[in-house]
Design a protein around this ligand. Structure first.
Ligand code: IVH
Length: 708
């Protein structure tokens, strides 16, 4: 490698990284280990840090932009993003073919189609300019979507730079989706956090895409497939009137780019060549009979794919023919979506049992006679809550209809009443907790029943998992399996016990770690890794008070409320001593949170727990900046940050400003209210001076945000 020429070295590294990204994320055939890949990326990061002028927008290091953004702007699709008409049966598929042939006119032979998977995700429009990704937008209502470029850039299957491929502005359309394994992992995490589960990967992908924190989006493991090229769109790039009419009638696809070919099959091949992710199982079908066969084949085989698909999209292959067919107001006439039938099975409910979560919430579920549904054996189904069960009148020993449709989680549709045993009785919520036998209670206005015993072992297990989780005390290695062992072996009875564990006590425990990139889980002795866990526990002692409050799992106190409490009251003692009025006087803390904090503070067992944590050395105070009395005192003010601040990171400064109602933007304009300049300010300082924008040094900035 040309070590003496940094620009060339950087370019070589980028090329290699792009190549390996494509091998890994598009072809599923990595050539090097994850470590070797990380090393290349790290080397590039270091070089770019050394030569910041050489950083370009399409560098593989530029996938995550950094801090959360304030919101998405609206994007107009010059070529509307249409949706597809559906066909549910073979007859409807053949009717689609008949209509197309009629529209083409008499004398034509059979129409050739391309059949491809219908990916159950979220449509996306990717704009490339001279081969570089410049924008990603959601479909929205088809005419207007949202600019989600920052999030799209984090998806490694989407190339930031095309290999060869068209020059000028080109829009590539496709689908962003969550691979099955990522979806399942994400729902497991949500379950641990007692957050509502995503019903299907489509909702999960859509929810993720609209998240304002690109770093979180990057962690979720989204992927993408592309299936269409649209030419000649653009911001302020008015297409000629005829071309525009063409494109509208087509729903995209009026013109082609060099190398694309004149058929859809050729287009997909070209896209693949340019390094775009193309779902590989598409097939060119000479007749509608071949399409029908393809649909039948994949209705079964779809389970072998690592993404969810709810059907097959059937597209006329010949692009000129597509143009002749055009579109209705809603759908193109050259394509249709064949939807796979929802899959149902009948089975029997053996028992209705309940599960106890961290907050004591008790959720009923049905234990089923195992049944094969859509390729997996189902032996359990959630029943949500007692009201849901009553509404559907689902009872123990009922034979029920189980369905797996677009939703991945199978649901109980209804009981089959004719098969109900004559001695059947309606199900009722048990009076006591199945794990610790304490009485279950329900608040007037809630549908959820709860076990209120804070030392219930079931609650303890979930609480410990929450305590250790990434956004709480962030104790790496202390996952489900280890927590389970610690409780069963009697090593941990509450959070404070964690801080008295010795590495030697952990060595012999057997854990079953989940592999991040696969679902392989192999039980093994913790061995020396026990030392890492105790190191992590030790390190967590110095976490900020905000994390600790969240980790304690006080009801209704999420991450944000925990940080607010920490910032206002500064120490654990003061929070526990504050009465409901004092708590509620803090903006963002309402009566529900205040009451929950009081209830926690008044429980003697919680007081003991907190003092045991304190004597174990867990930090009970905060370093977060003090809040002001007027939280919105900077509302309407626009700030720009430049240079390095010694007292806080740029993210923290941004967060502090946003909490006070200010907006933080990236560049100085005449609308900027203040420029905050740390040491080594950049060119923004000159720009601010030119425009007469007021500049604050670090001291003045701190005085402003900490004003009592
Ligand atoms: S082609 C003119 N191909 O399905 C519309 N769409 O129900 C062209 N979808 O909005 C769309 N997989 O988001 C096409 N292989 C595929 C697809 C696909 C999923 C989505 C797409 C579209 C929706 C229509």
């Amino acid at each position: 490698m040309p070590q003496d020429d940094p620009a060339a070295h950087i370019e070589e590294l980028r090329k290699a990284i792009r190549h390996h990204e494509e091998r890994y994320y598009i072809h599923n055939t990595p050539e090097i280990s994850d470590e070797a890949f990380d090393q290349l990326l790290h080397e590039l990061e270091q070089l770019e840090a050394e030569f910041p002028d050489l950083v370009t927008i399409d560098s593989p290091t530029q996938r995550v932009a950094g801090r959360p953004i304030a919101g998405f702007t609206t994007v107009e699709h010059v070529v509307p993003m249409l949706s597809l008409d559906n066909a549910y049966t073979e007859e409807e598929l053949r009717a689609f073919d008949d209509r197309a042939r009629k529209a083409v006119g008499p004398g034509g032979g059979p129409i050739a189609y391309v059949a491809e998977m219908k990916i159950d995700g979220l449509s996306i429009a990717l704009a490339y300019e001279d081969g570089t990704l410049v924008r990603g937008a959601t479909r929205g209502d088809g005419v207007r979507g949202e600019d989600v470029t920052v999030n799209v850039r984090t998806i490694r299957a989407i190339p930031l730079k095309l290999r060869g491929g068209p020059r000028g502005r080109v829009e590539v359309r496709g689908e962003v989706y969550l691979p099955r394994a990522s979806f399942e992992r994400m729902n497991r995490e949500r379950e641990d956090q007692e957050e509502p589960l995503f019903a299907n990967p489509r909702n999960a992908a859509a929810g993720t895409m609209r998240n304002l924190d690109p770093a979180l989006v990057a962690r979720r493991g989204l992927s993408a497939f592309t299936y269409q090229v649209v030419v000649g769109y653009g911001d302020g790039l008015p297409p000629s009137r005829e071309a525009s009419a063409d494109r509208r009638s087509l729903g995209g696809g009026g013109q082609t780019v060099p190398g694309q070919g004149d058929s859809h099959a050729a287009t997909l091949t070209a896209m693949h060549r340019w390094g775009l992710p193309v779902e590989p199982h598409w097939r060119r079908c000479d007749t509608i009979d071949a399409v029908v066969a393809f649909c039948q084949e994949w209705a079964e085989k779809r389970r072998t794919l690592d993404f969810e698909t709810d059907g097959v999209v059937v597209k006329v292959d010949d692009l000129a023919l597509r143009e002749r067919l055009g579109a209705t107001a809603k759908f193109p006439r050259w394509a249709t979506a064949f939807k796979f039938p929802a899959q149902q099975a009948h089975t029997k409910i053996v028992h209705i049992k309940v599960n106890v979560g961290r907050t004591g919430a008790v959720t009923p579920y049905a234990e089923l006679e195992p049944v094969l549904l859509a390729g997996s054996t189902i032996s359990m189904a959630t029943l949500h809550n007692a009201e849901d069960i009553a509404r559907k009148d689902v009872r123990e020993h009922d034979t029920i209809v189980l369905e797996k449709g677009g939703d991945v989680i199978p649901k109980i549709v209804a009981p089959i009443l004719s098969l109900r045993p004559s001695d059947s009785t309606p199900w009722t919520m048990p009076a006591t907790c199945p794990v610790c036998d304490s009485a279950l209670r329900r608040d007037e206005e809630e549908v959820v029943w709860r076990c209120e015993n804070p030392s219930c072992p079931a609650r303890l297990r979930r609480s410990l998992e929450h305590f250790a989780s990434r956004s709480a005390m962030n104790i790496e290695g202390l996952g489900e399996s280890l927590v389970d062992q610690l409780i069963t072996q009697g090593l941990v009875r509450d959070f404070a016990d964690l801080y008295h564990l010795e590495a030697s006590q952990l060595e012999h425990l057997v854990v079953t770690p989940r592999q991040p990139r696969s679902d392989r889980a192999v039980p093994r002795k913790l061995g020396k890794v026990g030392r890492n866990v105790t190191d992590q526990i030790e390190r967590s002692k110095s976490n900020d008070l905000a994390r600790l409050i969240y980790a304690l799992g006080i009801r209704h106190v999420g991450e944000k409320a925990a940080a607010t409490l920490a910032r206002y009251f500064r120490t654990m003692d003061r929070i526990l001593a504050a009465d409901a009025d004092a708590l509620q006087s803090v903006s963002d803390i309402g009566p529900v949170v205040a009451a929950a904090v009081r209830a926690f503070a008044e429980e003697p067992r919680n007081r003991t727990l907190v003092s045991r944590l304190a004597s174990a050395g867990v930090k009970m105070s905060t370093d977060l900046p003090k809040p002001t009395d007027q939280p919105d005192q900077l509302a309407g003010k626009a700030f720009v940050l430049t240079g390095t601040l010694s007292s806080m990171s740029r993210d923290e400064a941004t967060e502090a400003l946003e909490r006070l109602g200010a907006k933080v933007t990236g560049s100085v304009s005449k609308n900027t209210s203040y420029l905050v300049a740390g040491t080594d300010p950049g060119s923004k300082l000159d720009k601010a001076r030119q425009l007469g924008v007021e500049t604050l040094d670090e001291e003045a900035f701190l005085a402003l945000i900490m004003k009592p």
